[in-house]
Every structure is written in C-alpha cells, then in structure tokens.
Write a protein that binds this ligand. Structure first.
Ligand code: NAP
Length: 505
C-alpha cells in the first residue's frame, strides 16, 4: 500500500538503540512503516548506546529483531538493503555532552546531503532517570534553530508518583512546547483500542443506551500469564498500580466513559478523556478498604510448569511489599455514569493472558418467559477483546431451535481475523507514524498524566504505608486473591470469564 500522506524528512534518534524496546518494537515498527510506504523519501535512524558497535553491527542487531518480531515476517534481502542504508549507530554516553554535539553534527550533515531541513524526533527508549538529562542536553547542545522542528517521545513510566510526574512535566515544558512532547501509552495505539472510539461514535445505535439507565456495570481485565521475568529490578519499585492501572487501564476506562468529542482534533479528544479522570470519585481511607484489593503471587503452576513466587524472582526483595495484582472499583461522578461501578483488575502470573472490557447491560424490566425457558439466562453484554483475541461481541438471548421456547445466550461477533485479511499494524507503528505526522491524539497530555496519578495516589499511599501481612496471597496460575472476588461479589456481581480463542466461558 502506498500512502497518500507522507511525513516530512525525518531524523529519528533512538536513545537506547541497543535496548530491548528498540529491538523488539521500534525497529520492526519503522521497518513496517517503510514497507507500507509511510516513511518519507529522506530519513535517518540513529541508534545510540554505550555498547561498541559499528553501523553494520547495529543494522545486523536490528535485523535480528525484525526477523523475530515483525508482523510482516522475516525481512526480504532487497527491501532490507534499501531500508538499512538509512540506519546509523553512535556509541555514546548519555551523560556526556559530547554525545549531543556529535548528534547535532550528524543531523546537520544529513540535512546538508538532502538539501532540506528535517523534523527531529528524539525517542527516549532509556531508563526514566535519563529523561531529564537528555531533555536538558537536547535543549543546550543540539542545533538551536532545529528546536521548533523537534519532538521528544517519552516512554512509560512517566513519573513514579504525582510529584515526580509534575516535576518532569515542569522540566519538559520549560524546554519544549506541549505540542512537541509525545508521552507514549502504547495501549492507545492498539487497533482494537482505537476501534472503541469508532464503535462508539460511528454508530447511532449505542449512544442512547450508553449510560447509567441501561448499563449495570463495567469490567476491565488486563491479565498476564507471565510473571516479572527479567524485569524484577524495575517492577519491584513499581507494582501493578503504577505499571498498568495508572496508564493503560485508566486510559481504557476513559475511552469507554468519555463524552462524544465534537471532532477528531487531538486536544478535543484529549479534553474529553481528561474530563473522565477529573470526574472520577476520590478515595478516602475507608473507601480504599472496600474499593481496592492488592495481591502478590506465590509459587504455583502455569500451564503445567512450576514457577517460583514473586519474592523468589531475580532482583526482587525477598520481603517485598510490591503488589503484582490490583483490583479497584471506580466511579465516574457525572450525569452519564453516576453510581455505575467500573471494576478493574490486572495482575501477573494469572491463569490467562487477556485484555478485555465488558459492558454489562441491565436486565430486562419484565420477563414474558416462564422461568424454565431461560436455561442459562444472561443479561446483554458487550465485550471488547483487545488481546490476544481481537473481537467485539454482543451477547444476546435467543431461542434455541426446537418445539419448545428455550432461551440461551448467543454472540453477535465482529472478529478482526474473520473480517479483515492480514495482520493489523502494531501499536508502535501507529504511534511512530503519528509522531512523524505531528498528531498527538493517541499520546498523553501533561494534565492527563497528572490526573491519573492524582486519582491513584491515595491507594498507593495506603498500600505503601501498611505492609501486607497476607502476601503472597494468590498462587501463580490462579485468578488472583480471594479478596478480589469479594470486592465484586459484595455488589452482587462476579468477574466474567475471559474469551479464549473465539470461545466465551
Ligand atoms: P533496556 O533494554 O535496559 O535498554 C536500555 C538502553 O539504555 C540500552 O540501549 C542501553 O544501551 C542504554 N543506556 C543505558 N545507560 C546508558 C548510558 N549511560 N548512556 C547511553 N545509553 C545508555 O531497556 P528497554 O526495555 O529497552 O526500555 C527502555 C525504556 O522503555 C524504559 O523506560 C522502559 O520502561 C520503557 N519501556 C520498555 C518496554 C519494553 O517492551 N522493553 C515497554 C514499555 C516501556 P547500552 O547498554 O548499549 O549502553
């Protein structure tokens, strides 16, 4: 496919070019953008890191990543040969001023060769403690006259708490305009997540029932079978609330709960998302006890394989108080959603990996059917499966064929793989293209990040100030701690079984 719109000439600088993110996500995404005709005629990708590599060695490393992780499969030699000519590597230490002078000189040399000015995208694929150092150095040492063509992409985590997020925002906004700052939450780039907007706002059918009059409650589950793997060092200082709820899950909630925007302008949509965060009910100490549950996995079994408990994982404190599971009940206090509970749960080493949003509608007001007709009665439910299954299902009651009137639930299904051919773009493709195009719709604005932190800080304070005596409180391979069941059961509900390979349990 050849695109109709094309980004400006671009120099793409990846700080952390030798890291995991660049290898698994960024290089495959840029390569697929190139294959699909989205890259500008003139572009350069400069990776940086302390590892001693030549340009060719760096290209080889990225090719390995592309061959393993690209949705389009292994790179073809002729296409790779053309694409890889645009890739360079610079050995450099982020703390050394020389790094930025050298980058500046490279940028100027590409622009001279192309005889045109380029957009400069600095991608910070490094540990968060480097974010302020890099931003400061870009401002001081990189070409001054290129500042208005500069964009800076910041990976998660954006801050460790409200205070540090505010400090980072303040620092970045002292150097860049907000329109130049791209805070990534890669969930927003996922095809299925973007489709929530399309589904809600391109269909007249849903809006009249998308409110407290018809919706009983909402469940958002983002569950992982994987444990912390080799990220114990990072994760032990973060936990499930910071790693998943503050960013990905609250953004999913915003897409479900937001008011219709008047158009697709980035700030219009981001205003509507931030309105949701601002409307969410705050937690006091009592509310936290009844509205939030934490868990930590102990030793257990995942698909027949024995796995250690969290406290035995590498680089994890053997007495760690870090939660690997969180379930929270939120409310959005506005006309549309007053008193509709939004239940969120996320965790590591759970029974299954899936990201699913379920909208549970209220029951019919009066049944004309005898009780025996409804063998398996289920209120209508709309289920957005984000991953691994990519589908939208509307669960209805229908008559089972036969001479008697027997009702059972059936699914009206929109399944991506059955409807469209080929694999949809990866989230990072969408987000990198948007960065090149200067479209910030799918990126987090400073006020969104801060509003999300503000909301969860009381829970974090409560959990951090009081060590859990029950950890570990769920075995790896289970569905989390019993208290998470109680959290939802106290309101008369239960966690829904998640769809697996087209089946709904
Ligand atoms: P990583 O594999 O540990 O890579 C870190 C990178 O930083 C390496 O390229 C390393 O290069 C470079 N680096 C470290 N110290 C340096 C220094 N003093 N000077 C120059 N370069 C230095 O980390 P990652 O997994 O790619 O993650 C990068 C960022 O993305 C983190 O903020 C992470 O939270 C975020 N993130 C990652 C993922 C993911 O899937 N990996 C997902 C979401 C967010 P050398 O070793 O060559 O110096």
């Amino acid at each position: 496919m050849k695109s109709t719109k094309q980004p400006q000439p671009t120099v793409f600088i990846i700080f952390g070019g030798t890291g995991d993110l660049a290898w698994r996500k960024l290089a495959p995404a840029l390569y697929n953008l190139y294959l699909d005709g989205w890259m500008p005629e003139h572009f350069s990708i400069i990776g940086t890191g302390r590892t001693q590599l030549s340009d060719d060695q760096f290209r080889e490393k990225l090719l390995e990543g592309i061959d393993q992780f690209s949705r389009s499969g292994k790179a073809k030699a002729d296409q790779w040969a053309i694409f890889s000519k645009n890739i360079y590597y610079q050995v450099s230490d982020l703390k050394d001023a020389k790094t930025y002078h050298e980058l500046g000189a490279r940028i100027e040399s590409y622009e001279a060769e192309w005889n045109e000015k380029a957009d400069l995208i600095y991608y910070l694929a490094v540990a968060p403690n480097f974010f302020p150092i890099i931003a400061d150095n870009i401002a001081k040492k990189c070409p001054k006259e290129g500042m208005d063509r500069t964009r800076i992409v910041i990976e998660k985590p954006f801050g460790h708490d409200l205070e540090s997020a505010k400090a980072l925002n303040k620092q970045l906004q002292g150097i860049f305009d907000e329109t130049q700052i791209y805070r990534i939450d890669h969930y927003l780039g996922k095809e299925t997540v973007q489709n929530i907007m399309a589904f809600r706002f391109a269909n007249a059918l849903l809006e009249p029932i998308w409110n407290r009059n018809y919706i009983d409650h909402v469940q958002i589950s983002v569950t992982e079978q994987l444990g912390v793997e080799d990220r114990g060092g990072y994760y032990d200082g973060a936990g499930a609330m910071r790693d998943m709820v503050q960013n990905h899950i609250l953004q999913l909630l915003c897409l479900i709960a937001m008011e219709p925007p008047i158009n697709l302008d980035a700030d219009e949509i981001r205003n509507r998302r931030v309105d949701v965060l601002r409307s969410m009910r705050r937690f006091d100490a009592d509310a936290i006890r009844f509205s939030a549950v934490r868990g930590q996995y102990g030793h257990g079994w995942i698909e027949g394989k024995e796995v250690p408990g969290y406290r035995e994982e590498p680089e994890v404190n053997p007495e760690s108080n870090t939660e690997t599971f969180a379930a929270v009940k939120f409310f959005v206090d506005n006309w549309r959603w007053q008193d509709v509970p939004f239940y969120l749960r996320t965790g590591k080493h759970l029974n299954q990996s899936a990201s699913v949003i379920s909208i549970q509608f209220k029951n019919i007001p009066h049944s004309i059917f005898p009780p025996e007709a409804a063998e398996n009665w289920q209120q209508n439910r709309l289920v957005f499966s984000i991953q691994p299954e990519m589908s939208i299902r509307l669960q209805m009651q229908a008559k089972r064929p036969g001479l008697d009137m027997t009702l059972n639930p059936v699914d009206l299904v929109f399944d991506y793989s059955g409807t469209y051919h080929g694999k949809p773009p990866e989230a990072y493709e969408t987000l990198l293209l948007d960065t090149m195009m200067g479209d910030q719709t799918l990126f987090m604005r400073s006020d969104q990040v801060e509003a999300a932190w503000e909301l969860i800080m009381p829970i974090l304070h409560a959990w951090e100030s009081k060590k859990s005596l029950s950890f570990p409180n769920y075995p790896a391979g289970s569905w989390g701690p019993e208290n998470a069941e109680a959290l939802i059961a106290q309101d008369g509900f239960h966690w829904f079984t998640l769809p697996v390979n087209g089946k709904h349990g």
